[in-house]
Write a protein that binds this ligand. Structure first.
Ligand code: MTE
Ligand code: LUZ
Ligand code: MOS
Length: 767
């Protein structure tokens, strides 16, 4: 069958030739207008007035809208309804949209919007720009979350007190900009019946439909949202495409003309949020072998000015503190302080990377303290069987493969020999230092908001035997449409060329979930398979009648139906006959992940259908005089279950690894400490990795491992988990810094480990 083949991405040729159309490539009807957003020039203030007349008089300006023009609630928040579309009364961060200018050209709109500072009357207020200070003031976007579990009869405190060794520390981990290559964009077209068609670059068309309807007081049936593809989303278009969709829709509805809103990169940076930076306070108790006996961590996640998706992000962080490690006694405290900055949101991993990385850092502290290899400390702490397989949130780990996976990787990457070589190299090299690290990944798959774990699909078989699939997922480059087409082709026994997925559209499949939490293929693949299966069963029944045999004995393969006795019929011929026999040749399909439950009050239950595993070995070379470094070699071994498409999966693994490396090494966000202006708001000041940062020696392999859970063809989700493989790069850098200091030193290295941060850490260990 076609499932499991390394087929190219359905749009690969279009992507590289420029023929793949994005939202901004949709032809503009005559009369199309362009919107631009006027942004708050202060981090916090009271909005006293807007000189609308001055804006309206500017060349090309057709209309100016403010919060007062929104007929319904001024809200585009996904969970807690605390996210205004346009600022109303209070300005909450520098860059917050305050008004929208609609003009004859994009240039005219942008020139007018750039007058924001001149037309806004503002009473400035003191801004909260410090996460720890906001926390000290107990100003959180949602109440604190506590997750604890103790096997010690005296509780976590007693386990900590009795531990033979204890360490504690503080750590700062930076955020990360999604940097999707296609920026946020929405294009709204009024329809003849009073409704709207909105083309939107979004991971969540149904949510855009709902929020537009809400804001404009339109029923959902009058709002159609469509997305053929995104030029990347990475979580940044899960909730935060909404503001742009709502503004374009508002203007189009009011003016009854098509309106496009495309923000440029700098404004995209200033308006939207990104991965949460975290502050941690931690304490660990452990034994001689480095076994963790008690762990207590306080996590501060930088929510920004509103809740957005921060509560489930924190939940996922708390549920990934364990990573691949059995923690018998653990107390976690999650806080989301409110600051006057962009509201942080989903980004590949969704809090999971932040939660897991603090534990990896703690294990590295333990290893250095005990003069053990980090791998040995990991091995002492792996999840095991019976008593050692219960996560802090109460889910039993039933599919653990971390030990054999890491054994396989450490063999293939020759970890032990290279560890010795690195030590020899460092002993002889005072300036250049090498570092080596192996880090594991365990990542829970499913939305931690239970009811999002559902999907629908619609499959049409046409009379020429070609198949059109529509499903609730969105294509952002990850290859979801290719995988879903493979699943449908497999189900109907057709070659891949006969099956095509069309644009995601709220008028085809209703009430869909965001394409997020890596569940795109798991959920939509199952839904599409369900739809295809219904059609297949009808066709099989028709043919079984003719052949006088059991329908279940008919096999669909190679464009034919075959009986065990050798009889066969072409799929196309049967489709024609089915049509004449008035058999329904299209079907809907549905899927809901079974067996999940979650108690939000106690943070316990079974939030994940299964876990995806992986591990990586990275070797770096660091110049201790300049802080510059290179990744010499990386070996990645990742569990994609029984891969639906190994070519796409390897692409996802390598892409996620490099993206994670960017987060932890070069992508630094800097806000002005007084004004709260984001100073790093363009590629000139914010450095994402490029092809040149990919090591020459990058060895990526899939770990052979059929999913224990009954997932689509026993595959595993692959979108987010491999981002955590990049921990190995950061840990290798910490290892290289440690080599510059005395044995047993603990480099105070923060993340991102920029050359400046590396130099500071090197200075500290050399003192
Ligand atoms: N890959 C590409 N090329 N572009 C993207 O925007 N987003 C990632 C991941 N891989 C992304 C990507 C994120 S954050 C998620 S949640 C998953 O893809 C979503 O798609 P999936 O569920 O179909 O894997
Ligand atoms: N949970 C999760 C979520 O685990 N991943 C997500 O992307 C998400 N998005 C919204 C709500 N919960
Ligand atoms: Mo991905 S952060 O779940 O969109």
């Amino acid at each position: 069958g076609v499932v499991g083949l390394p087929l190219p991405h359905e749009s690969a040729r279009g992507h590289v030739s420029g023929r793949a159309a994005y939202c901004d490539d949709i032809p503009e009807p005559v009369g199309t207008l362009h919107a631009a957003l006027g942004l708050s020039p202060v981090a916090h203030g009271r909005l006293l007035g807007i000189d609308l007349a001055r804006l309206q008089a500017l060349p090309g300006v057709v209309a100016v809208y403010t919060a007062a023009d929104i007929p319904g609630p001024n809200d585009c928040g996904p969970i807690v309804h605390d996210d205004p579309i346009l600022a109303d009364g209070t300005l909450r961060y520098l860059g917050q949209p305050v008004f929208a200018v609609v003009a004859e050209s994009r240039d005219a709109a942008r020139r007018a919007a750039a007058q924001a500072k001149a037309v806004l009357q503002i009473e400035p207020l003191p801004a909260q720009l410090d996460l720890r200070a906001a926390h000290a003031a107990a100003d959180w976007v949602v109440p604190p979350m506590h997750l604890s579990r103790a096997t010690h009869p005296g509780g976590v405190d007693a386990a900590m007190a009795e531990a033979p060794h204890r360490l504690s520390g503080r750590w700062t981990l930076g955020g990360q900009e999604q940097f999707y290559l296609e920026g946020q964009i929405s294009f709204a077209l009024p329809q003849d019946d009073g409704g709207l068609l909105v083309h939107c670059s979004t991971q969540h068309p149904s949510e855009m439909q709902a929020l537009i309807g809400h804001a404009l007081q339109l029923p959902s049936h009058a709002v159609q949202v469509s997305c053929r593809r995104m030029g990347g989303g990475f979580g940044g278009k899960e909730s935060q495409s909404a503001l742009f969709a709502c503004v374009a829709a508002l203007a189009a509805r009011r003016l009854q003309r098509p309106v496009k809103l495309r923000v440029d990169r700098d404004d995209d940076f200033l308006i939207t949020g990104r991965r949460h930076g975290f502050e941690f306070d931690w304490a660990v108790g452990f034994d001689d072998a480095g076994r963790v006996l008690a762990l207590e961590v306080t996590l501060l996640g930088d929510a920004g000015h509103s809740a957005d998706l921060s509560p489930p992000v924190m939940t996922r962080a708390l549920c990934h503190i364990d990573n691949a490690c059995w923690l018998p006694n653990v107390a976690l405290h999650g806080y989301l302080p409110r600051t006057n900055r962009q509201s942080n949101t989903a980004f590949r991993g969704f809090g999971g990377p932040q939660g897991a990385l603090i534990t990896e850092l703690i294990l590295d502290h333990i290893a250095r303290h005990r003069a053990l290899d980090l791998l040995a400390v990991h091995q002492a702490n792996w999840y095991g069987t019976s008593e050692r397989n219960l996560t802090p949130y109460g889910q039993v780990v039933e599919d653990n493969v971390i030990a054999p996976l890491v054994d396989q990787l450490s063999d293939s990457a020759d970890y032990v020999r290279r560890r010795a070589e690195v030590a020899l190299f460092n002993a002889a090299s005072p300036v250049l230092k090498k570092g080596l690290a192996l880090s594991p990944v365990k990542f829970g798959i499913s939305f931690n908001v239970n009811h999002y774990n559902q999907a629908g699909a619609l499959v049409h078989v046409y009379l020429d035997g070609s198949v059109l699939v529509n499903h609730g997922g969105t294509e952002m480059g990850q290859g979801l449409n290719t995988k879903v087409a493979q699943v449908v082709a497999h189900e109907l026994g057709l070659p891949i060329g006969r099956v095509r997925c069309s644009a995601t559209d709220t008028s085809k499949v209703a009430n869909t979930s965001a394409t997020a939490a890596s569940t795109g293929a798991d959920l939509n693949g199952q839904a599409a398979r369900d739809a295809a299966r219904r059609i297949r069963e009808r066709l099989a029944a028709l043919q079984a009648d003719e052949w006088q045999m059991a329908a279940s004995d008919i096999v669909f393969a190679d464009g034919q139906l075959r009986a065990p006795d050798g009889r066969s019929v072409e799929f196309n011929a049967l489709v024609q006959r089915a049509y004449v026999a008035r058999v329904q040749l299209w079907s809907e399909g549905f899927y809901a992940t079974p067996g999940l439950h979650w108690d939000r009050a106690t943070l316990s239950g079974k939030p994940f259908y299964y876990f995806a595993y992986g591990a990586a070995v990275s070797e770096v070379l660091l110049d201790t005089l300049t802080g510059e470094w290179r990744l010499l070699c990386a070996d990645l071994l990742h569990d994609a279950g029984r891969s639906l498409n190994p070519a796409l999966d390897i692409g996802q693994i390598e892409g996620a690894f490099v993206q994670g490396m960017g987060w932890l090494t070069s992508e630094e966000l800097v806000w002005h400490p007084q004004t709260g202006a984001l100073l790093t708001h363009a590629p000139s000041t914010y450095k994402i990795p490029t092809a040149n940062d990919v090591p020459d020696a990058l060895h990526t392999r899939l770990f052979e491992n059929a999913n224990v859970a009954d997932s689509i063809h026993r595959s595993k989700a692959v979108g987010e988990p491999p981002l955590l493989l990049a921990f190995s790069v950061w840990l290798a850098l910490r290892d290289a810094v440690a080599a510059a200091g005395a044995p047993g030193c603990q480099p105070p290295l923060l993340a991102p480990a920029t050359p400046e941060a590396l130099l500071r850490a090197i200075d500290a260990v050399r003192d």
